[in-house]
Design a protein around this ligand. Structure first.
Ligand SMILES: Cc1ncc(COP(=O)(O)O)c(C=O)c1O
Length: 361
């Protein structure tokens, strides 16, 4: 896997910025940071002129808002990504999709030997192209020089609107791996193709590859220019060095990214991950409650299904029984919204399902 990253050397510390940002970590009540040119009020506080979301308008670090980066990586690689758990993923906030692609490209131009870059022959940008999908795409990639960079749109391909199926992605993945190509995902429409952020990230997660994320479209934040660049490394140590070198790319380009868009995305992602983890816990609680009651049937599908809804497998008679006797309402095909459950009501529902299954055929 991207072994060229292992030879990246740690970048030297920036003499001004390292002091500027280090002072923020100093808990001393008498600290005085005179290293950067930020205006302070008489009380030594940042001056907030216009603010609805951000608490202040201070410079963000070069790699952006830490929480934003963590949540973006999670959205890109998934909750359970081993690479993230092993701390070998570098994610930095950049200027929307275009800016993230640009920083990624500059980093590769500096540190990757192979300069050939493939993009699909129909795309929203420029450069050496591969024919869009089917046999020609595999042929073109098969003829690519080893190490060539392949830019792949993660989902909702612009402009064709045609995405590879999962089987086709697997064929692309195999050829990318066998030719030691470097896959780089352009992920501007996560959530747009299937309506599910997770389904739309399947290709990325199958490759566990680098990529650029944009929140312009899926969060309607076009002008906020908010996005992220993620680089998956082979080890934590490599990730630390790569991170330092990516900052060297950013430094002369724009110094640091926007605070406002990052705050909005972070707020939204925090809330939705919270909501999501509650749904997962509701699934588990309902499953456990049915097991505890010895309700006949296999209920493992409740845990396996994803998203907001669950098909219980109850029939219309049972659904009507539950509505009449237990005042719990679901669609007649037995679908329930997991998001509507709480730790208390989940037990009521388990009682109702148990009664319906044991009393109504
Ligand atoms: C596939 C793809 N990637 C990236 C972008 C860049 O968008 P932005 O820089 O606004 O995030 C676009 C814009 O149309 C796009 O279609």
């Amino acid at each position: 896997m991207n072994s060229f990253l292992s030879s990246v050397l740690p970048a030297p510390e920036d003499p001004v910025l390292s002091v500027y940002f280090a002072s923020r970590e100093d808990p001393s009540p008498v600290k005085l940071n005179l290293s950067g040119g930020s205006y302070r009020t008489e009380e030594g506080k940042p001056l907030v002129l216009f603010s609805r979301w951000s608490q202040n308008k201070e410079y963000l670090p070069l790699d952006g808002l830490a929480d934003f980066n963590k949540l973006s990586a999670k959205l890109f690689l998934g909750d359970d990504s081993p690479a993230s758990k092993e701390d070998r993923v570098v994610t930095i906030q950049c200027l929307s999709g275009t800016g993230s692609l640009r920083v990624g490209a500059e980093f590769l131009a500096k540190h990757h030997q192979e300069r050939v870059v493939f993009v699909s022959n129909q795309t929203w940008g420029t450069i050496p192209k591969f024919s869009i999908w089917r046999v020609c795409m595999l042929e073109d990639l098969g003829a690519a020089p080893s190490g060539a960079i392949v830019v792949l749109q993660a989902c909702a391909h612009n402009p064709t609107g045609v995405d590879p199926t999962l089987d086709q992605w697997e064929q692309i993945r195999k050829i990318v791996r066998s030719k030691s190509l470097l896959p780089f995902f352009d992920n501007a429409y996560q959530g747009f193709a299937s309506g599910s952020l997770d389904i739309d990230a399947q290709a990325v997660r199958m490759f566990v590859a680098d990529g650029a994320q944009s929140f312009a479209k899926n969060m309607g934040l076009y002008g906020e220019r908010i996005g992220a660049l993620t680089i998956v490394c082979i080890s934590k140590d490599v990730a630390r060095k790569v991170h330092s070198q990516v900052l060297l790319v950013v430094r002369p380009m724009y110094l640091s990214p926007h605070i406002h868009g990052a705050s909005i995305v972070t707020t939204i992602l925090k809330k939705s991950f919270l909501r999501f983890s509650r749904i997962v816990s509701m699934r588990q609680q309902l499953y456990d409650a049915l097991q505890a009651r010895g309700t006949p049937g296999d209920w493992s599908h409740i845990n396996k299904q994803i998203g907001m809804f669950s098909f219980t497998g109850l029939n219309e008679m049972q659904v009507r029984f539950i509505a009449k006797e237990y005042h719990i309402y679901m669609t007649y095909d037995g679908r329930i919204s997991m998001a509507g459950l709480s730790s208390k009501t989940v037990l009521q529902l388990a009682d109702a399902i148990h009664a319906a299954v044991t009393q109504i055929a």
